[in-house]
Design a protein around this ligand. Structure first.
Ligand SMILES: [Zn+2]
Ligand SMILES: [Zn+2]
Ligand SMILES: [Zn+2]
Ligand SMILES: [Zn+2]
Length: 343
């Protein structure tokens, strides 16, 4: 027969249960181990890092004859700098002369670094550096993959763990020969468009007057009652004239006037001539992404005539995904070429 417990006894039992699950001293000890392990990792990162760029060498690690570490990129950089200045290269830590002959690889450091833990950029799991590349490329369930039938026009892409689900619903394996032929023809069309774009650009490179510049498009808002976003560059000079490049975001078809309603967006570019010209200017204009720009700008080549009464020309450039990426980042940097053939 169970005996009645007093409230103080119940409290004591409760306390006992709590402490037996997580004895406080053990918990503290575990935290200590965790933080000291982390500190060991940080200390190793610090000890094994390149003395020039302070990053961990990811491939070859070199050392001076006194043992100071440098990643191979910085090592070559130091040698190249010294060659340009026509003076001997020296170790940034101890000033001893360094050269290909006097420096050696440090295999132990390379191996130690390959065992240090690092985080997968997509799923966040921790792996030794030596296996992270293989994980990110072949194993990570969050890595972005495309459908096997991409070549036949399936545009699906998504995390690897959703691929089998997509296969169950993908319509491309069930297409008829006629439909497949259509797919192949449209791929062929795209390809020949690209070839002719390259062909035209190659021809234009022989043009007598070529000018180019980098243009940064910054976001602004219109003064309308419902303000609209647009992008504009500062005034820039090319071929002796002043220009401004603007870009407008608009929705594709469904709600052309209101780009906030639909996610299918496109970006139209407007090139404006800001100076007066006495005679008409026939131009071929090429827009590309600028160096280091991460947003993928599909090269756009177009012909435009500018005259005293025609100072603007408009072109569509980016499509949905890239426009959304652009809206997410602050600026868009493009490189703008102008080809001017005098008649
Ligand atoms: Zn370095
Ligand atoms: Zn040194
Ligand atoms: Zn991963
Ligand atoms: Zn598919």
């Amino acid at each position: 027969m169970a005996q009645e417990m007093t409230s103080s006894e119940i409290a004591a039992v409760k306390h006992l249960q709590e402490t037996s699950e997580h004895p406080p001293h053990k918990k503290q000890k575990m935290e200590k181990v965790n933080t000291s392990a982390k500190r060991l990792e940080d200390r190793l990162n610090h000890i094994l890092s390149c003395s020039v760029c302070l990053d961990l060498p990811i491939s070859t690690c070199m050392q001076c004859c006194h043992g100071h570490l440098m990643c191979v990129a910085c090592f070559h950089h130091l040698l190249a700098d010294a060659r340009l200045k026509d003076e001997p290269a020296s170790c940034p830590s101890c000033r001893v002369e360094i050269s290909r002959g006097s420096c050696t690889r440090n295999l132990a450091v390379e191996k130690a670094i390959s065992e240090l833990p690092t985080k997968c950029a997509t799923c966040g799991a921790i792996f030794p550096r030596s296996s992270i590349a293989a994980h990110e490329k072949h194993e990570c369930s969050e890595r972005i993959v495309t459908c096997r039938f991409k070549e036949l026009g399936c545009v699906w892409s998504g995390p690897a763990h959703e691929l089998s689900n997509h296969f169950d619903n993908c319509v491309h394996p069930h297409k008829s020969p006629n439909e497949l032929l259509q797919c192949l023809n449209s791929i062929k069309d795209q390809h020949s468009q690209q070839v002719s774009l390259l062909h035209n650009i190659t021809n234009l490179l022989s043009c007598e007057n070529i000018a180019y510049t980098e243009v940064q498009l910054q976001p602004y808002r219109t003064d309308d009652f419902v303000t609209k976003l647009f992008y504009a560059s500062n005034r820039f000079h090319l071929l002796g004239q002043a220009w401004v490049l603007k870009a407008y975001v608009s929705a594709v078809e469904r709600h052309p006037s209101n780009p906030t309603v639909s996610a299918d967006r496109k970006l139209s570019f407007q090139l404006q001539l800001k100076s007066k010209v006495s005679e008409a200017m026939d131009l071929d204009v090429l827009l590309l992404k600028a160096p280091y720009e991460k947003i993928n700008v599909t090269p756009k080549l177009f012909h435009a005539t500018f005259a005293s009464d025609r100072s603007e020309c408009e072109q569509q450039l980016l499509e949905t995904d890239d426009v959304n990426r652009m809206l997410g980042s602050k600026y868009l940097n493009v490189r703008l070429f102008m080809f001017h053939q005098k008649h």
